[in-house]
Structures are given as structure tokens and as C-alpha cells.
Design a protein around this ligand. Structure first.
Ligand SMILES: Nc1ncnc2c1ncn2[C@@H]1O[C@H](COP(=O)(O)OP(=O)(O)O)[C@@H](O)[C@H]1O
Ligand SMILES: [Mg+2]
Length: 305
């Protein structure tokens, strides 16, 4: 590991009694990048980031953050981390501003400075007018933004976002993406988990795709799509029985899910009109390949169940 590496994990493993949630994964996060963990529910994303956040010890493997082993230096590491957990854990007995000020105390930020930072953060996340509101008065999206904003109080070098936009409507999701993009320009490093392929594609410089506690592939979003799937796929929902024999005869690789069939072929454009005319009952489209197609091709399953 060199000084530009913020997180390094080797054979990182986490077992809960007889169940292993993270099965010996290797990855590293470089300074200034947004590194993603994409995977379906239960893949082991939260377990992984909780270990990086020094909230849960690993069962086996090596894990270093800021060149420090997490087991030996949790306090030093936590001081430089911002953590936005998957579940909103705001204090319902405190108002919006108080939630930030109390959190600032964990980092020994002086009162006056904490107040200044809290005001800046509330402006940044668009909640300045809700400063005195009770937590229960906030919408789901506002709570999510507040948890996100709270993770910025100690001006972290590494920001860990666990499903930051889960449960948000598209507008709320885009807002969070804008915050991330803005913080990235100031050099913050991100470790982000998501089960939304658009989010991973939009935000992550590099990512690992996890499934059942293992890494199924890693790389830059565009390169993964290009190398593993290609430019286009044909997606069909509602197809005729003779489609599969046709595909087998032509040697077209495909995957079926309960609701659709996806064809992976270099010659998608060429096949499309024939397939759409002869074999489709309802929707049939030729579209650009995406990270969901990568997941489907590698695992045979949908990213979102
Ligand atoms: N404290 C725990 N005890 C037992 N099993 C757990 C615990 N935490 C997580 N798991 C299991 O580990 C697997 C991975 O969970 P998690 O890391 O939360 O996945 P993800 O965040 O990708 O949805 C799941 O099967 C989950 O049920
Ligand atoms: Mg999770």
C-alpha cells in the first residue's frame, strides 16, 4: 500500500456464527476516487463497509484504512471518517440543528466551530429553514439528507455512504448525486454501496460487484460494460416459445429472468428486426448495455429482486 491508497483489504472475511457474509474479498480504494460496491440485497455490502468504518471486527483478513490497521487504530481512523449508515439513526428527541451539534461533540469540535459547520452543512443540503424542526416533521428524503450532512461535520478524508439514496424518489436521488459530485471536486474519497446500477454508473470511478459475499468482477463501469457485455443488448418481455430454439441455433448468449429475457450478441442490431418481428408478443427493445446486464450475465440473476 502506498500513501495514495486510502483503504486496502486482503482476504477480508466476516462470519456470523455458521454464516459467512463476506468471503475473503480483496479491494483497494485510492485517494480521491469514488469507489463503489454494487450488489443485490444480502450481498455483504453493509457488512463490508461496517468493517471499514471500525464498527465491526473482521473475522479474518487484513484491513487498513489511511495506512493503519483497523484493529489497532480505530480511534485515529474514525476521526477522519464520515459515515452515512444505511438506516437513518437520527435522535428523535433532538431537533435538526441539535442532531448536528451533538454529533460534533464526538469529534471534540468546539461549540462555536460546530455551530459554524452545522450552518454551512444545512445550507449545503438545503435544510437551513428546517433547523429548529423536530426529526419527525422531516420527510424521508430530508432525513436521508440530514444523515448525509451529519457525516460531513468532521470534514472527513473518507466518506462512507451505505445506500445513500435508498428509498429516495428520483429527485432526491439526483440531489444526493450532486452533493457527492461537489464534494469530489474538493478531493474527498468515497466508498459507496448501492444496489442501483444507475447510481454506480453515475458516481463511481471504479467498483466491485458483490454477490453472496464474493466479488464477481471489478473495474471501471464503462469498461466492465464494454468488456463483459458489449455495446447493446436486446431486452424482451413476453416472447414466443420458438425464440429459445432460434437463439440456440444462432449461438446467441442470453439470460432469462422471471420477467424478461436479455440477449447478449455482438450483432444485436442485425438480429433485432428479425427477433422483434418474429418472436415478440409485447415489449422488445434494442438498448445500450448497462451494469445490470453485467450482473445478470455473470450471475444469471437480477440485481433487484
Ligand atoms: N449481525 C448479523 N448476524 C447474522 N447475519 C447477518 C448479520 N448482519 C448481516 N447478516 C447477513 O449477512 C448477509 C449480508 O448482509 P449485508 O452485509 O447487510 O448485505 P447488503 O448490505 O449487501 O444487503 C445477509 O445474508 C444478512 O442476513
Ligand atoms: Mg446493506
Amino acid at each position: 500500500m502506498n500513501e495514495n491508497t486510502v483503504v486496502v483489504s486482503e482476504k477480508l472475511t466476516k462470519s456470523f456464527r455458521d454464516f459467512t457474509a463476506v468471503k475473503g474479498i480483496d479491494f483497494s480504494v485510492a485517494a480521491g476516487e469514488c469507489f463503489g460496491i454494487l450488489g443485490p440485497n444480502g450481498a455483504g455490502k453493509t457488512t463490508t463497509v461496517r468493517m471499514v468504518s471500525c464498527l465491526m471486527p473482521a473475522t479474518e483478513g487484513r484491513l487498513e484504512v489511511f495506512n493503519l490497521p483497523v484493529n489497532d487504530f480505530p480511534r485515529q481512523i474514525k476521526a477522519r471518517l464520515g459515515v452515512c449508515p444505511q438506516e437513518d439513526n437520527l435522535d428523535p428527541d433532538l431537533n435538526v440543528l441539535q442532531n448536528l451539534l451533538v454529533y460534533a461533540r464526538y469529534f471534540d469540535i468546539k461549540k462555536k466551530e460546530a455551530r459554524k459547520r452545522a450552518d454551512e452543512i444545512l445550507d449545503f443540503i438545503g435544510l437551513a429553514s428546517k433547523k429548529r424542526s423536530a426529526i419527525e416533521e422531516l420527510s424521508g428524503g430530508m432525513k436521508r439528507r440530514l444523515v448525509f450532512g451529519r457525516s460531513l461535520l468532521n470534514r472527513p478524508d473518507l466518506l462512507i455512504l451505505d445506500e445513500p439514496t435508498s428509498g429516495l424518489d428520483p429527485q432526491g436521488r439526483h440531489q444526493v448525486w450532486e452533493y457527492v459530485a461537489e464534494l469530489k471536486t474538493s478531493g474527498t474519497t468515497f466508498l459507496l454501496t448501492t444496489h442501483y446500477m444507475e447510481e454506480a454508473a453515475q458516481l463511481c470511478d471504479r467498483l466491485i460487484i458483490m454477490d453472496n459475499g464474493k466479488i464477481v468482477t471489478e473495474g471501471r463501469p464503462k469498461e466492465l460494460i464494454k468488456n463483459l457485455v458489449g455495446r447493446n443488448v436486446i431486452e424482451i418481455s413476453g416472447y414466443q416459445k420458438d425464440l429459445e430454439p432460434f437463439l440456440k441455433e444462432k449461438g446467441v448468449v442470453y439470460e432469462k429472468t422471471p420477467s424478461r429475457i436479455i440477449l447478449f450478441s455482438k450483432d444485436s442490431e442485425h438480429f433485432f428486426s428479425e427477433i422483434s418481428q418474429k418472436f415478440c408478443d409485447s415489449a422488445c427493445s434494442l438498448r445500450m448495455a448497462n451494469l445490470e446486464d453485467v450482473f445478470l450475465k455473470l450471475t444469471g440473476r437480477d440485481l433487484k429482486e
